[in-house]
Design a protein around this ligand. Sequence first.
Ligand code: PMP
Length: 262
Amino acid sequence: MALALAFHKGEFVPLEEATVGVMTHALHYGTSVFEGIRGNWNPDHNKMYIFRLQEHLERLVRGSRILCMDLPYSVNQMADITVEVVERSGYTEDLYIRPIAYKATEMVANLNLRNLKDDLCILAIPFGRYIDNEGAISCCTSAWRRIDDSMIPPRVKLGGLYLNSILAKTDAMAAGFDEAIMLNLDGHVCEGTGENIFLVIGDTLVTPTLESNVLPGITRDTVIELARNELGIDTVERSVDRSELYLVDEIFLTGTAAHIQS
Ligand code: PMP
């Protein structure tokens, strides 16, 4: 029997017991950093494969520094805890694993990150397809521009930053699209609301550079590596014009939740 559980405040607890109070700083101001990690269940091996756990946790630690957090666990310790959450949960299906470090002090009307207590929670839940569409998805370009590094750093998954993605995704879905493609402040193509973007142009792949306010996606990195090493296809990282979205041979999005979605 699978059991929904979490590692929260230093203990393994049933998921419904991993709660926070309404005064929690992160709830009011988005002062959290999180990761989305896939556990892929392989029925033939009867085994859960967690995809690039180390890299996800390293990105979490980078984000925690921006929030002046001093996490009491190393990347290796958090990896061990994650594996234990997954093993103790006992799921035999695909998972979404969510570590979140957050400002836990119950204090409002305080905009200074320092001297606030940090807590960590790692939970795992069953999770199948993110975009509920069998074939190719439909995307619009959002009127909401991707937030700039000079405002909130988009290189790490900060909780408050995601309001930007949420506004774009909500608009896109209300208009009947599956996903929004966000442009930078300067009007160049940036990424999806929770995915990086690749364009197929002839026999090359093109994707916006890491300096164009994209999240340095772990799936993005994997696609670049596999395309080069397995298929001999190079990826050009460059600035992408909006008009190219209408002209290229194919477009696909990459992300932990979405996998590879054309
Ligand atoms: N961009 C954004 C804004 C995201 O939220 C995600 C999902 N983490 C990605 C790109 C893809 O990153 P990854 O492949 O590491 O999941």
